[in-house]
Each structure stands twice: as C-alpha cells, then as structure tokens.
Design a protein around this ligand. Structure first.
Ligand code: PPE
Length: 307
C-alpha cells in the first residue's frame, strides 16, 4: 500500500502516520463502522470522483441503520473528499470514507460512543491484478453463505459484515483461487467477497437481484446502464452456480475491482475476457477517465470557489 500524506479526520487533516485509534475503539471490537469505497480518476478536466453522491447516499443509509449521525451534510463530506484528493496530490486514487463508533464505554450498547468520521485516499491499481483485467480471475463458490437481510443487512456497507467476506476470501485462497463467490441462504448467487457478479449467456447479461443478498453495487448499476446504452438486455434474476459454469462470459464488478473478467469458477473454465465483457469494460474505463460524454454526469468535479 502506498501511503499518502494526509487523512481527513473529524473536520481537519492529520498526517497519515498519526491517524490512529485507541485499542478500545468500539468499531474495532464489534465492527460498528460503515464505510464506502470510491475511486477518483484522472480526467482531462482534472481529478474527478466517480458517482460521489451515490456513494455518499449509501454511506448515509448505512450509518442510519446503525444509528450513527454523520455529523456532516453530504455536500460537506463531498467537499472533504475532494479536498483530501487535492491535498494529497493524487488525481487517480481509491477513496475510503469511514464512519465508526470510537473509544468510550465497552459493551455492545453503542450510543454513548462518539461517532468519528474520516477520509483516506491512496493510489490503488487493479484490485485483482493488472493481468486479471484481461485474462480474468479464478473463482471458487464459497462454502460460507452470504449474510442475509435478517442477519447483517447486505444492502448496508458495515465494517463488521466484511468478516463474512474475509472467511470466503481465505477459503478461496487456500484452494488456490483468486476470488470467492458467495451463495445466499437459499443457494442462489449473491456476490463476490467484494464485487457484484454478472453472467453473459446468448448475448444477454444476467445478475442477481438485490433481494439475493448482494450489495446494491454502484458499479453494478453503472454496468447495467452501459449495457442498455450498448444495446444489450440485462436480466436481474436468481442465478445458480451452473449459470456461471455454463456462461459464455462472466465478470465481477465493483469500485475496487472495476470490471474484471471471470476465467473460471470451481475449476470450470469460462474463458478469458469475452467480447461483451470487453465492450462493457472499455466503455467503463472511457467513462471514468472522462472520455465518454454520454455519461459525463457520473463524474463529480470539485466545485470552484465562487468568484
Ligand atoms: N459486493 C460487495 C460485497 C462489495 O464489498 C462491493 C464493493 C461490491 C459488491 C461492489 O459495490 P460498488 O463498489 O458499489 O460497485 N467492495 C468495496 C471494498 C473492497 C475492499 O477490498 O475493501 C470496493 O470495491 O470498494
């Protein structure tokens, strides 16, 4: 990981190395944090943050579920994010806002623990490796089921729920695979440990509905918009593992993973990056780098100081 200089914390900048927490931080013990993963990209008009408002709205919903008051308006947080990108001189980077219960009383009751808000940014290249963007990743269907709407609602992005992803990720890694795909309690595909899943069959894109316990991914939504624009149908339907084994093409998508082809699932070969995956991926990278006017509204630029 490549550190940057400063981290925004509760309204001011602190040096990267000093952005620490107490050992008795509530979120460290109980997972009581919510976060976002956002990317900023270098564009001809300078650094742009991809779908910033959508990410911040999801952050607000996640925080509300756990009764955490953000303490800042979304425009204030948007400004903090733009400033953090600017102050660290990284036009292309990953952006990690986190809202968490800090140190205070111990025990599960969280309301007396202070809510902290921070934003860190750092350069983060291809999540699953540069090679993977072309050749794809090997995936394993996890034996661990995805958390559900009545255990840890997967529609929120809470720190604690990621321990489910960590179990799946470790299992996949022990099996020699790059990534894990989790089924929900009903046995349908939910999502990857940190990505949504798409399968392409007969020229049609298929992805699990959000009721299948996947995170309602912002990249997933972007992919659906791209597909429609390119003239492909998208079906939000429950998928079983063989829908992946027998797919013509399949890919993972997420802020970190962007659009990454799936090469195999449980050793069943799907192949490298197919033509539809490539078309979606090419359009995605054109959009985020500010080279596709059709989607320019998805990029958020810093508001210039009023004259
Ligand atoms: N499912 C899960 C479980 C998930 O964590 C992510 C994002 C997605 C789907 C895709 O959502 P979106 O980013 O809105 O398109 N995972 C984040 C964290 C990855 C990490 O290792 O940390 C991310 O991609 O930023």
């Amino acid at each position: 990981m490549q550190p940057t200089e400063k981290i925004w914390r509760n309204g001011s900048f602190v040096p990267w190395d000093e952005a620490n927490v107490h050992i008795l931080t509530h979120a460290l013990h109980y997972g009581t944090g919510v976060f976002e993963g956002i990317r900023a990209y270098d564009t001809p008009r300078g650094a742009a943050v991809f779908r910033l408002t959508d990410h911040l709205e999801r952050l607000r919903r996640s925080a509300a579920l756990y009764e955490m008051d953000l303490g800042y308006t979304l425009p204030e947080l948007a400004e903090a994010i733009h400033e953090t990108v600017a102050v660290n001189n990284v036009s292309s980077c990953y952006v990690r806002p986190i809202v968490f219960r800090g140190a205070g009383p111990m025990g599960l009751y969280p309301r007396d623990n202070p809510v902290e808000v921070a934003v860190a940014v750092w350069p983060w290249g291809a999540y699953l490796g540069e090679e993977a963007l072309e050749h794809g990743v090997s995936c394993k269907i996890s034996s661990f089921r995805r958390i559900g709407p009545n255990t840890l609602p997967p529609t929120a992005k809470a720190s604690g729920q990621y321990i489910n992803s960590v179990l799946a990720k470790l299992e996949a890694s022990r099996a020699g695979d790059d990534e894990a795909i989790l089924l929900n309690e009903e046995g349908y595909i939910a999502d990857g440990s940190g990505e949504n899943v798409f399968a392409v069959r007969d020229g049609v894109l298929h992805t699990p509905p959000t009721t299948a316990s996947c995170l309602p991914g912002i990249t997933r939504d972007t992919v659906m918009r791209i597909a429609h624009t390119l003239g492909y149908d998208v079906r939000e339907v429950n998928l079983v593992r063989t829908d992946l084994y027998f797919a013509d093409e399949a890919f993972l998508c997420g802020t970190a993973a962007e659009v990454t082809p799936i090469a195999s699932v449980d050793g069943q070969q799907i192949g490298g990056r197919g033509p539809i995956t490539k078309a979606i991926q090419d359009t995605f990278f054109a959009i985020v780098s500010g080279r596709d006017e059709r989607f320019s509204d998805l990029l958020d630029y810093p508001v210039r100081a009023a004259v």
